[in-house]
Every structure is written in structure tokens, then in C-alpha cells.
Ligand binder design. Sequence first.
Ligand code: FAD
Length: 338
Amino acid sequence: MTLKTDVAIIGAGPVGLFAIFECGMVGLRCHVFDALDVAGGQCSALYPEKPIYDIPGFPRISGAELVERLETQAAPFNPVFHLGQRVDQLQRLADGGFRLVTSKGLTLEAGAVIIAAGAGAFGPNRPPLPGIESYEGKAVHYYVRRAEDFRGKRVVIAGGGDSAVDWALALHGIAAHIHFVHRRDQFRAAPDSVAKLGQLNGRGIDIVVPFQLAALEGDGTSLDAVVVTSLDGENRRLEADALLAFFGLKSDLGPIANWGMELALHHLPVDPATCQTSQSGVFAIGDVATYPGKLKLILTGFAEAAAAAHAIYPLLHDGQPLHFEYSTSKGAPGLAAD
Ligand code: FAD
């Protein structure tokens, strides 16, 4: 079955999420795609618990809270999310609209497309463990959205960088027990954090070095144990409910580079007044979009979302210009007006 909508948004990062709101405010319905299985882009995948200080009106807000608030703000417009799938194909239709096809074979037709793809589709660097795919999102995770999801669980954390060490510290006292596995006895993480980790060794966290992941034991959904092996072949079986593997995320502009838009060093040049790319009907906003003087900041992307929504409206209404209104005059659905 082919789904249909007004606007297809590729990328559910902070900027893609705000584009739902801006499109909704001018009466455009949206379907939103992301290769990750959670919304929030870099804020969710790279720094959910780090504070951001330059979001207008929020002197300090964590990446995760910003994403939650953007989802709440977008919800009244009933966006349809297609997460955990990459948009692989974008074809122009004879009527001027577009057909998108995802990595899971989903097909959608849209009147216009907003690409809010950041540096490209995120994907984890997976440890090469047989059968790992079936545990992903259930017992094996490559990023953490909420520490509370691991309360009372036996957790194995693997990796030697900031994410691995920071999450071990954050989950200490929340998880029932943590095994921290790294293939070397040196860590790349910030020295202060490594020192704190060392202080907790044997007190809720057991550091298992130099060992690397070797196998998963479980029923394919729930985990019983993670088997680790040392360089000289010693095996250890670590009982576990969850494995958090932090070997970095790779991002890849991938298919977007082949859709016929002009490219400039892995970015999409746009007209800053409208955010339209070199292809009419295809818009780019947020980190993926570029023009002279572009600032790669979340707040810049928010303004670009508004520009794109206003430019798309006449395209989908036979050239009829949008009657500009402030949100204070218009109100927003689901939100009480005074
Ligand atoms: P992203 O957040 O990158 O989201 C893009 C999404 O598109 C991704 O989830 C990706 O999976 C998806 N995607 C891409 N291609 C496809 C495809 N083909 N199909 C499906 N999905 C696709 N900015 C600030 O303003 N203030 C800060 O304090 C700040 N601190 C930061 C700290 C760190 C550690 C980092 C890494 C960044 C920080 N940034 C900060 C930058 C900010 O996170 C980015 O500017 C912002 O995330 C860009 O949002 P976006 O929605 O354009 O893209």
C-alpha cells in the first residue's frame, strides 16, 4: 500500500521535529522518517543527558528533554513516524510530487519533501557478535535515552570512550550491577571520569579488562549472559539483562547524495529565504543545509523549518500565497488559547 501525505520529512532530529510543528501551523500534514529507532537525532543519540545552553527561553535543557518537548509540541498535528528505517529512494512523480521508498520497503507519496538529515543516517558500529540483530532495541542498545530504563537490571557496558564511561557512572546505583568491559586497560574517556570509574570498581561496577565481547547467551530476545574473552583466550561469562555497546556511531549521507540535488562537501546548498535545494519541491533544513554564513546550531534549524513550511504552502495550494499570521493570533491545536 502506498501512503500519501503533504510533506515527507527525512530525519527526526530536533530540526525535523520542529518542522512538523511549523508545517502543522500552516495546515500541512507530515510523515517523518528516521534511520534511528528513536526521534531526536544527535540530541538523543550523542548527548541525551548533556545540558544545552543556547535554546531560546531555556537557560539549560538536556538533549533528551528538548526532544521530549519538541515531540509534545508536534503531537497535536498527528505526525506519522516511520522510525528504524532509512529513506533510500526519492523519485519525482509526473504530477510534481514525490515517491519515497525506505529500507523496509515502505512507500510514501508526498507533495513536498523536507530533508532534515543532519550529517546523514545514523547507524551504530555494531560488535560482530552472531545473532546480535535480534536482541537490538530489546536487550542490546547502542545509545541510552533514559537511565531509568535500566533500573534494577544487570548491565554489561562495553567501550572505552566518554559514552561508555559516562553511562557507567550515570547508571551506578540505578542498575543492579554493572560489568564494564574494555579490550585495553587504558581508556579514551575524560581522565576525571575514568578516575571516578576506578573508585567504583568492586562497589557496584566491576571493570573487566583487557577483555572483548565474544558471544551473547539468551533466547534471541532476552539476554542471560554476555561472554567475553581475553587476548590470551580466557573466557568469562557475565550474567546480564542488557548489553550497552558504545563503539561509536557512524553517519552516512548515503542515498541522499544520489537524488540529483546539488551537493557541497556533503551538504545541500539551499536558498536561505526558502530552504529550497537545487530541486524544486525538495527543501533542506538543519545541519544538512548550507548557504553563506550558515551556523550549524539547533536554533538556526528551527528558523529554517519555518522558512521551508511557508515556502511549501503555496507549492501545494496552486501558488496561493500563505496569509501570514502569528501563533498568538492563530492559536495552536491542542493548546488552550487565553
Ligand atoms: P540531526 O540531529 O543530525 O538529525 C538528523 C537525523 O536524520 C538523524 O537522526 C539521522 O538518522 C536521520 N537521517 C539522515 N538521513 C536519513 C535517511 N536517509 N533516512 C532516514 N533518516 C535519516 N547545537 C546547539 O545548537 N547547541 C549545543 O549546545 C549543541 N551541543 C552539541 C553537543 C554535541 C556533543 C553534539 C554532537 C552536537 C551539538 N550541537 C549543538 C549540534 C546539534 O546537535 C545539531 O546542530 C542538531 O542536532 C542538528 O539537528 P538536525 O535535526 O539538523 O540533524
